[in-house]
Design a protein around this ligand. Structure first.
Ligand code: NAD
Length: 318
């Protein structure tokens, strides 16, 4: 496969992200065990096929994802200015802590695990679980200091309920937040993030859409046990996956293509843990770049998923 994966600008950051981003939570064995050898081979294949954006968090696998990603990046040995790494702060295996003290300490721990001198983006992780006013008044100012020190280049916020983004962006000076990462809100079964795009554009933030496979709902293997979706949503997605299989199509590829078609998202961040998955997801992007669409089967999948369209699950205190 040729290395021509599309790059897209991330808001006003000047960064250009590969349209397929590498979600590294699976490297923390969150979706089943992954050996170091598999992880390194997967990251190597990602680079080979043009992926330049890697996202992790100290929370994923209780720091394991950061460690394994760091080890893999080192093993592959691509020069530091040729890839973009985002990690997060405030959410840890033992709970949430968005205090200035904790997030300031957290970045040093992350850098050590990642074996890096800086990260490109540091994001406050799942802010709906904390106090949004603390994020605005304490966490973001602490991250601005980290920016001045050169430990991070850009600041982001992440979470599930879409209302958190307006709440924070309405209360900080323009340009304070560079990036938002939303997950499970732009895929075949849920497109609610689309409605927020004009607002996010007006705020000049880059938008990363994560979990195009709805954290495993839109895969042939189905979601992991911990998946928070209702049994109804799981059942309808199962039906859709089986329907696709019956038609000789892989629902994950159809779902990747669906998300990738919207170019307002700088990167579609998908969790990957094997060389095969990297190849399949990049192949989906290549088909989109060639204008190959799945219009017919999409209509049928959307019909199956109609009863659960935009159904989400509770998260945090919002
Ligand atoms: P996802 O929707 O990307 O699904 C990941 C699952 O799909 C894994 O089991 C993976 O092995 C599997 N998969 C990947 N490609 C496949 C393919 N081609 N065929 C079949 N199965 C395939 O969910 P995710 O991993 O949770 O989300 C992607 C990334 O986004 C995460 O790794 C993380 O970096 C980020 N994220 C961030 C937040 C947050 O900040 N709050 C939340 C969710 C995700």
């Amino acid at each position: 496969m040729e290395k021509t994966l599309e790059l897209r600008s991330l808001g006003n950051t000047g960064l250009k992200l590969s349209c397929v981003g590498f979600g590294a939570s699976p490297l923390g064995s969150v979706f089943g065990p992954v050996s170091d050898e598999e992880a390194i081979a997967t990251v190597r294949e990602a680079f080979r096929l043009g992926i330049n954006f890697f996202d992790t968090s100290p929370y994923y696998g209780g720091t394991l994802s950061e460690k394994v990603l760091g080890k893999s990046l080192k093993a592959v040995g691509v020069p530091r200015d040729q890839f973009i790494v985002s990690t997060k702060c405030g959410r840890y295996k033992d709970g949430f802590d968005f205090s200035a003290t904790r997030v300031t300490q957290s970045i040093d721990e992350s850098l050590e695990r990642l074996q890096l001198d800086y990260v490109d983006i540091l994001q406050c992780h799942d802010i709906e679980f904390g106090s949004l006013d603390q994020i605005i008044n304490e966490t973001i100012p602490a991250l601005q200091k980290l920016k001045e020190k050169g430990k991070i280049r850009f600041i982001g916020i992440t979470g599930l309920p879409l209302g958190i983004f307006n709440y924070v962006l309405d209360r900080v000076p323009l340009g304070t937040i560079d990036v938002i990462l939303s997950y499970c809100h732009y895929g075949i079964n849920d497109t609610t993030l689309e409605d927020l795009l004009p607002y996010l554009k007006s705020k000049g933030v880059g938008v990363i859409s994560a979990s195009p496979l709805s954290m495993g709902l839109l895969t042939e293997n189905g979601p992991p046990d911990w998946h928070p979706a209702s049994s109804e949503l799981k059942a309808e997605c199962r039906k859709a996956a089986d329907f696709c299989k019956g038609k000789g199509k892989d629902i994950s590829k159809v779902a990747m293509k669906y998300s990738l078609c919207n170019k307002d998202f700088s990167s579609i961040l998908v969790g990957m843990k094997s060389v095969q998955q990297v190849q399949d997801n990049v192949a989906a992007a290549m088909e989109v770049m060639k204008g190959e669409k799945d219009e017919e089967i999409l209509v049928e999948i959307e019909e199956i998923l109609k009863p659960v369209k935009n159904q989400t699950w509770p998260s945090g205190i919002q």
